[in-house]
Design a protein around this ligand. Structure first.
Ligand code: F6P
Length: 534
């Protein structure tokens, strides 16, 4: 069954939220904290080893109540049930959306078999039983893929660096030849194993890179050696075989797994190679726990649901243009680029589930970088700029290497930023600080030193960065974006918007090859291509 189609702006809750927004928009959160000693308790969720504090948001209990009413009015519960039981909720592609089945307790047979295959394969490579064509052990893995076939595995391999084994793992995604040539220049074909990941096995970038790497390999090896050095993850078995990869080296995936939600499938083979199968399994377990939380917990205490509703509150009522995600862990430096695909490829839609043009804002723009680095880069704008930028702060109670001095400093900054964004600094405080200066100098400097504060943040404080907690964190954002898509009445699981550029690029490539400018084309693009060829 397909998802219901309810225009969120036609709901009673939406109208109530609009009125409520006008009542609360100018209130200071800090006053609400002063008035209600239990505010933090009321707006905190504890789950497993996660603490989610959303008390530093421009909300009251009424806001929460109305946002929950909105979720109920669009029948979010029904949508969640439909997703988890495998209804074809990806309607425009007529597909189920079952990445949750990849990590569930009762996995489909083909998923269990594929996991067993990944386990066996990764163990053989890690312990050195899998040999290259000259009998040497594998030292390096090259993952070739793009979008969901790259960002997920790369982000997890990077985030779990602490848990890595001896294998070097490299990622090639861009069709920019400098990316592939730079990556392979120091690799030895005798000890390199290539994992080609492409759901469709037709993606220009991936196939071009795969051919370049195969040609590099064949300079020193022969065709029959390909079997020991190339494996593929795909739904398109025919194309994989055409490429020269044999059946036993193919890890299947299924069209009910969207590319940007596929790291839990065989797309995660590079993860299992990098950190071992047990850690990969723990990543899946962490995600499964979040799935259970999301699908069974009342919306009131449901972490993804609450974070999704808050995001809608800012996006649709405060007209916030963007949201920032700031992980206070250098290990998570690739988390935001990964989430950008998940969130923006899913919810960047302007047509509703009836095919009608939408009159309200959808898809949030997400961006961010790890703290504390980002404090010395773009935080100025968050603190004193003209835009309202709700932020998620993600931090860990314990560091992995256990250096307390560093970790205390890191976390002091983590807490201080959300405190500063909440409280700001008033003109009175600034004056007090400038007391030592002469009167005229004081007056001159004062406006520049005032912080308005009242900037919303969520704090997600996790015990430790482990494969399991990372799995839960990723699943949290997956579910958050789904909830938002349901409420915005859009289809989150297709991505037609990436097609036009691909089509035009193939036409321009033909134009470049044939140097033919006779076809109808806008003057700017034509002149640019001519200049490129000159
Ligand atoms: O960017 C469009 C897209 O289809 C993504 O959704 C997908 O993750 C990526 O291309 C790669 O596709 P494939 O795995 O089929 O090569």
């Amino acid at each position: 069954m397909s998802l219901k189609s309810i225009d969120p702006t036609s709901t009673k809750a939406w109208k109530k939220l609009q009125d409520h927004y006008n009542e609360v928009k100018d209130h200071q959160m800090i006053d609400w904290f002063a008035q209600d000693k239990k505010r933090t308790e009321k707006f905190q969720l504890k789950w497993e080893n996660f603490l989610v504090d959303y008390s530093k948001n421009r909300i009251t209990e009424t806001t929460k109540k109305l946002l929950l009413e909105l979720a109920n009015e669009v029948d979010l519960k029904d949508a969640i049930q439909k997703q988890f039981r495998g209804d074809h909720i990806n309607q425009t592609e007529d597909r189920a959306v079952l990445h949750t089945a990849l990590r569930g307790n009762d996995k489909p047979k083909e998923v269990t078999e594929t996991l067993q295959k990944i386990e066996k394969f990764s163990e053989e490579v890690i312990v050195g039983n899998w040999k290259g064509f000259t009998g040497k052990k594998i030292t390096d893995i090259v993952n070739i893929g793009i979008g969901g076939s790259d960002l997920g595995p790369q982000m997890v391999v990077d985030s779990l660096k602490f848990y890595r084994n001896h294998l070097g793992v490299h990622f090639i995604s861009n069709v920019d030849g400098d990316h592939v040539l730079e990556t392979i220049k120091n690799l030895n074909p005798e000890t390199t194993l290539v994992v080609i990941v492409s759901k469709t096995f037709t993606t220009q970038e991936t196939i071009t890179n795969a051919n370049t790497v195969k040609n590099w390999f064949l300079k020193t090896a022969s065709q029959e050696d390909v079997a020991q050095h190339f494996v593929a993850v795909s739904t398109n078995l025919e194309k994989v075989k055409e490429f020269g990869i044999t059946d036993e080296n193919i890890f299947p995936m299924w069209n009910w797994v969207g590319g940007r939600f596929s790291l839990w499938s065989a797309v995660g083979t590079s993860i299992a190679l990098a950190v071992g199968f047990e850690n990969f399994q723990n990543l899946l377990n962490g995600a499964r726990k979040m799935d259970e939380h999301f699908s069974t917990t009342d919306f009131e205490d449901n972490i993804p649901v609450n974070l999704a509703l808050l995001s809608i509150w800012y996006n649709n009522f405060f007209d916030a243009e963007t949201e920032a995600i700031i992980p206070y862990s250098q290990y998570l430096q690739r988390l935001v680029p990964y989430l950008q695909q998940g969130i923006m490829e899913s919810n960047g839609k302007s047509v509703d589930r009836n095919g009608k043009k939408i009159s309200y804002q959808t898809g949030t723009i997400v961006w961010g970088e790890p703290g504390t680095n980002s404090q010395h880069a773009f935080f100025q704008l968050i603190h004193q700029g003209t835009k309202l930028i709700p932020c998620d702060f993600i931090g860990f109670k314990k560091s992995l290497h256990g250096n307390k001095d560093h970790h205390d400093k890191l976390m002091a900054n983590f807490f201080a930023q959300t405190e500063a964004l909440l409280k700001g600094k008033s003109a009175v405080q600034v004056e007090e600080e400038l007391k030592a200066l002469q009167l005229d100098k004081r007056a001159e400097l004062k406006p520049f030193k005032v912080f308005e504060g009242n900037k919303p943040t969520n704090t997600i404080l996790i015990d430790r960065l482990t494969p399991e907690s990372l799995g839960s964190l990723i699943a949290l954002y997956e579910h958050k974006l789904f909830v938002q898509g349901v409420i915005w009445n859009i289809f989150s699981y297709d991505q037609w918007g990436v097609e036009l550029g691909k089509q035009l690029a193939s036409g321009i490539l033909e134009q470049i090859n044939e140097q033919d400018f006779s076809k109808e084309q806008d003057a700017s693009t034509k002149s640019l291509v001519k200049y490129y060829l000159s």
